[in-house]
Design a protein around this ligand. Sequence first.
Ligand SMILES: NC(=O)c1ccc[n+]([C@@H]2O[C@H](COP(=O)([O-])OP(=O)(O)OC[C@H]3O[C@@H](n4cnc5c(N)ncnc54)[C@H](O)[C@@H]3O)[C@@H](O)[C@H]2O)c1
Length: 385
Amino acid sequence: MTRKTVRIAMNGVTGRMGYRQHLVRSILALREQGGLGLGDGTVLWPEPVLLGRRAYALEALAEKHGLDEANISTDVDAVLADDSVDIFFDAAMTSGREEVLKKAIAAGKHVYTEKPTATGLDGALELARLARAAGVKSGVVQDKIFLPGLLKLKRLIDGGFFGEILSVRGEFGYWVFEGDWQEAQRPSWNYRSEDGGGIVVDMFPHWEYVLHELFGRVTSVQALTATHVPQRWDENGKPYDATADDAAYGIFELDGGAIAQINSSWAVRVNRDELVEFQVDGTEGSAVAGLRNCRAQHRSSTPKPVWNPDIPATYSFRDQWQEVPDNQEFDNGFKAQWELFLKHVYADAPYRWDLLAGARGVQLAELGLKASAEGRRVDVPEITL
Ligand SMILES: NC(=O)c1ccc[n+]([C@@H]2O[C@H](COP(=O)([O-])OP(=O)(O)OC[C@H]3O[C@@H](n4cnc5c(N)ncnc54)[C@H](O)[C@@H]3O)[C@@H](O)[C@H]2O)c1
């Protein structure tokens, strides 16, 4: 067995996503399992280089997790000039992404990044072109398709359970506190468009790859966005104007004919089993998938409701669905995707969630905002490099 140390610069590692999902649940989890085997006797040993603006926060992280303090930096350029670093990962605020990824690509690093890859399609495509021209590999986080609930949904699709898929209904969201009498549970930049915030920019990239991977490419978008909560309080308790959309009501036409409708909102109280749920209706059966669970109903066990408001419902519709079994162990979705990316970089394994795929997500967000601003349905052309 050969152990190969792989140095990964992790920018924005003190943030919500950078810390919990990428450092702790992915990179450190890989170390806890003894590294990542490539199947040829090589085991990759990821060594994170913690990169950010606040040295004290990085030091605290390193101490907490027993990481070498030599692997901490507040100097992006110095880390990029370090030949021992192969991969640059970005989970910092969206607004700084394009610039820092360009630098990383120019320095010859493979890049892995949170979504959205840029704040506009032109920038997202430029990144994809630059990566291709530089011959570096790229990956964009598309974690939702690695969730247990959606993996079970995919299993139903692949097994032909639905017959012809007619429609997809997605409901995403929860109440994000304003920050005055209870602290907000999301960062304040999410609610300022000048800082790269907004639910369309945040969530439409997810809906693009979920719809594309499971049902078909999005060919048109209609959306109505809103800023339901116009004032919020930031991390320091200071009031600010929420300039970004906090809800989006979208309709998407899909290649193959299905229609998807997805509500995304940070101003909704949850009356569902999970924070996101997708109902899929097909000629042969239907299913509702969330983050972890998936319930299905076949046409043979579909009840025949008759509309009559004069008599109370005698049974529960919900009870007539069947839980789809796990049938396998599911790993953390972020970690699963990191493993595939590392195998792509070090063993040339195929990988399709690259900067071009990321650009499709940015495109859908951009066209969704355009559709809302212009009050019309907007075609989504296929993009290539
Ligand atoms: N895949 C997902 O499900 C998912 C979920 C939420 C957020 N995200 C994405 O992850 C990214 C981070 O979101 P978050 O919710 O973790 O935000 P966050 O505000 O918690 O974290 C951002 C991090 O970036 C750092 N930062 C800010 N400005 C910086 C700068 N100029 N240079 C270096 N670091 C800087 C902050 O200190 C912090 O560590 C965003 O791009 C967001 O779209 C993805």
